[in-house]
Ligand binder design. Structure first.
Ligand code: SF4
Ligand code: SF4
Length: 81
């Protein structure tokens, strides 16, 4: 919202939203993420983001998730153009 020029280096540019309800833990997104920031604690465990600030918005996870459980959205830190 704000147009602040303050440093946002530590803020993620994109939010990786994972539906803990829809994710079935197939691990497909984990294999496709080029930044290796998606992980699960074990087989069939729901996926979590390890470091959102590294996400490059390639959307590989989003397009390959068979359950539409991942969505990448720009964060407020990415509003400046
Ligand atoms: S591809 Fe989708 S359903 Fe499979 S682990 Fe990733 S978020 Fe969960
Ligand atoms: S958009 Fe790309 S970098 Fe970001 S979590 Fe998904 S696969 Fe990884």
């Amino acid at each position: 919202m704000s147009n602040s020029n303050s440093s946002t280096a530590s803020q993620p540019k994109y939010r990786v939203l994972i539906s803990q309800e829809w994710c079935k833990g197939c691990g497909i997104c984990i294999s496709f993420c080029p930044k290796n920031i998606l992980a699960a604690e074990g087989l069939d465990q729901k996926v979590k983001v390890t470091d959102e600030s590294l996400c490059i918005n390639c959307t590989m996870c989003e397009v390959h998730c068979p359950d539409f459980a991942i969505q990448i959205v720009p964060s407020e830190a990415n509003n400046e153009r």
